[in-house]
Ligand binder design. Structure first.
Ligand code: CP
Length: 340
């Protein structure tokens, strides 16, 4: 049984197959794959809020005759513990060791959104909560954004570049850091960089010193770019990085050295206010991307978000099509495994 928890567990060729299937779903040509979702139940577990992820997964299931159940941990479920060997005398009344297999008895697929602790970069990189779900699940688990990755967003980003830039291989894809009002995880930039590297784009990552992504992501992205005959670069010169880009992808994330230090993190964001993206960062044909939600005039200026080169709504729509592809693929894999 296969999970979609991490892009590291899928090859670029397999990810490309998911994109090809997403295109077939979007154009109404995925007849056999559509049928796999009829009557299926997706259970979605949210440790954090969501607008797009929740709605796009539900919409994908409902469109193709399936059903989705949404649970908010600590809201309409018990709080869940994932660490082993604890005396559970705190706020969590239930352990994932019981909760996950129970949920798997009711549905066909389990999807989970967790969030980075933003206290310890190494712990976030280990993705302990979603990995615990994967360990105890008897159904495929889908990552709806974890501490370390947002692979469904990464697939939507790939599909969007492919559609808007007339292909993805050899296109110049720039991920630029932008300021924020509070520290945020690296899951989205991690997945954007990995996804477009797997797709064969030239990838440039621009951020101020101190905001480096983790070595595992950088090494994998560099290796995938190299294998695809593309370049991978990291720079602290945002303007130079954006010059000549086919796609500029904007995202804020926190500085690991300032995890747990909100005042110092705010001060660091203020020092880099000029990294906010404006129309001046875009060439005549550059597309502007962001995963949303976005803070206007902090991360990206109004004039850029309201510019026709901005594709954030198309990008959000593509979440639904790539997730339909992931859901159908995992159901097909699980059915194949059960038969063998
Ligand atoms: N991009 C994204 O995951 O949006 P939500 O947080 O609204 O789900």
């Amino acid at each position: 049984m296969r999970h979609f928890i991490s892009m590291f567990d899928w090859t670029p060729a397999e990810l490309a197959e998911l994109i090809a299937l997403a295109r077939r779903f979007k154009s109404g040509r995925a007849t056999a794959e559509v049928e796999r979702l009829a009557g299926r139940i997706l259970t979605m577990v949210f440790f954090n809020p969501s607008l797009r992820t929740r709605t796009s997964f539900e919409a994908a299931m409902l469109r193709y005759g399936g059903h989705a159940i949404t649970l908010s941990v600590g809201g309409d479920t018990w709080q869940l513990e994932h660490r082993d060997g604890l005396v559970m005398d705190g706020p969590a009344a239930e352990h994932v060791r019981e909760a996950v297999p129970v949920l798997c008895r009711y549905g066909d697929l389990l999807a989970v959104r967790t969030f980075a602790g933003l206290k310890d970069a190494a712990e976030d990189a280990a993705d302990p909560v979603i990995r615990a779900f994967g360990r105890f699940a008897t159904q495929p688990v889908i990552n709806m954004e974890s501490a370390f990755e947002h692979p469904c967003q990464g697939l939507a980003d790939w599909l969007t570049v492919e559609e808007k830039c007339g292909g993805v291989r050899g296109k110049r894809f720039v991920v630029t850091w932008a300021p924020q009002v509070k520290g945020l995880p690296m899951a989205v930039p991690n997945s954007a960089v990995l996804s477009l590297a797997a797709a064969g784009a030239h990838v440039t990552l621009a951020h101020p010193p101190g905001y480096e992504l983790g070595p595992r992501v950088l090494e994998q992205a560099r290796a995938w770019c190299r294998a695809g005959g593309a370049a991978f670069a990291v720079t602290d010169d945002q303007q130079a990085a954006c010059r000549g880009a086919d796609a500029v992808y904007v995202k804020s994330w926190g500085r690991p050295a300032l995890y747990g230090k909100p005042d110092a993190q705010r001060e660091s964001f203020a020092q880099h206010r000029d990294w906010m993206v404006t129309p001046g960062h875009l060439g005549p044909k550059t597309i502007l991307m962001h995963c949303l939600p976005v803070r206007r005039n902090v991360v990206i200026a109004d004039a850029a978000l309201d510019d026709p080169r901005c594709v954030v709504v198309d990008q959000a729509e593509n979440r639904m099509w790539v997730q339909a592809a992931v859901l159908s693929t995992l159901v097909g894999d699980a059915a194949g495994a059960a038969r063998s």
